[in-house]
Design a protein around this ligand. Structure first.
Ligand code: GLP
Length: 240
């Protein structure tokens, strides 16, 4: 299903509404969460409803898609820091039940295996929130010759490094690798909500929805998922 919204704020309210419904229907649900500019407004709306007393996150657990390799949780551009600042610090979620891959791991293979095991032990993801990379990536599953099922360490493409440079002082400061949940765990989520905003995502969104299913455009795999809702603003849908 594709919801067309006028702008970013309407997109954010709709996505937050779906997450709120999930939390109300299943208070101990597992949320798969994402970082980036796209979900910030969604988190802001959820915080607002929490502050009004409409939402309770005390029994919720969360597992994030990815983390930059080499960044400490305290680093202000780490995804752990992003999640704390933009969401967790403002709601009553139990922080010990919020998981983000360990960017400082010295044993990548073990760390990735444990992350997959963790997702399984949590009972899988009830609702996975996703953004969309300009090159069609989801999490940090970058365009490649194969879909990688497991959590893995990904080399970021030059276009992703360039896109994410805006958060760092210079391009040289952008980490070159990230630990990312693989396609399998994402696809096993019972429900997927994708938020997409802005004209610079229009080509990727069109290819993801209308193009062939190919690891060169990782989000295209979502065509095979039985319960995906894309919430996109007019600009993002301008090429559909
Ligand atoms: C980042 C993240 C993705 C995110 C995407 C788009 O690199 N790894 O999870 O969805 O790129 O980011 P943004 O929403 O800032 O455009």
């Amino acid at each position: 299903m594709i919801y067309k919204t006028e702008n970013y704020s309407e997109m954010s309210r709709k996505a937050a509404g779906m997450i709120a419904a999930q939390v109300i229907m299943k208070p101990d649900c597992v949320l798969g969460l994402a970082t980036g500019s796209s979900p910030v407004g969604t988190y802001r709306q959820l915080i607002d409803w929490y502050e009004k007393g409409d939402l309770d996150f005390s029994k919720v657990s969360s597992i994030n898609l990815d983390e930059y390799k080499g960044l400490a949780p305290e680093h202000e551009q780490s995804y752990r820091c992003f999640m704390n600042t933009n969401f967790f610090d403002h709601i009553n979620i139990e922080k010990t039940r919020t998981y983000v891959p360990d960017g400082l791991t010295t044993d990548v293979e073990k760390c990735c295996k444990e992350y997959d095991r963790l997702a399984a032990e949590m009972g899988g993801i009830d609702l996975q929130l996703l953004g969309l990379g300009r090159n069609g990536h989801i999490g940090f599953n970058e365009p490649s010759d194969i879909f990688v099922g497991e959590t893995h360490c990904a080399d970021l493409t030059p276009s992703t490094i360039a896109a994410n440079q805006r958060f760092f002082e210079s391009e040289a400061d952008v980490p070159r690798q990230a630990i990312t949940m693989g396609i399998r765990t994402i696809m096993l989520a019972r429900k997927i909500v994708v938020v997409v905003s802005g004209a610079d995502k229009a080509d990727a969104l069109r290819a993801a929805v209308r193009g062939p299913i190919t690891p060169q455009l990782p989000a295209s795999i979502l065509q095979l998922h039985p319960d995906v809702t894309i919430i996109a603003d007019e600009a993002a849908l301008s090429k559909m």
